[in-house]
Design a binder for this molecule. Sequence first.
Ligand code: CA2
Length: 166
Amino acid sequence: MQEVSKLPSILVLHGPNLNILGQREPGIYGTATLAEINQRLQQEAQLHQFTLSFLQSNHEGVLVDAIHSARDQHQGLIINAGAYTHTSIAIRDAIAAVGLATVEVHLSNIYRRETFRHHSYIAPVVLGQISGFGSDSYLLGLQALVRYLSQTTMQAHPNLSSENET
Ligand code: CA2
């Protein structure tokens, strides 16, 4: 039986306090709301024929559960773990355990800020990190992940349809 072709899928995870983006501290985090960022990502994903899912949570365990579930539903993960970036071994372990292609993003340049933000527990278990470009960090992260998945996963799973199908 022929398999039904489906679009490759990426989960975008937003961590604590990102739900209030655009309402406070625009000097650090910009004026875009999370809904606006998600909408921009959705438009970009459509251009590349990828499907996106979004989740924001202020709770570490919810983020860990979402990463576990992503294993069977998505080919890639974009994560801004917020302050958990600097504290959460649980989120790091979850990313390492599922083995999904993951890009870490940050609105602000975490290395230009307080020293406690200079260390990321997540960075060693992801493909790469984009930090400091405001909401463009998410867009750049998506573009990098789409390129990576198009070159790797699509060859391993040809039943996933993508723009560079021949
Ligand atoms: O720069 C980033 O994207 C961060 O992940 C944002 C986190 C921060 O703890 C990280 O060190 C870097 C903060 C999330 C947003 O917090 C807000 C606080 C006030 C107003 C709006 C957002």
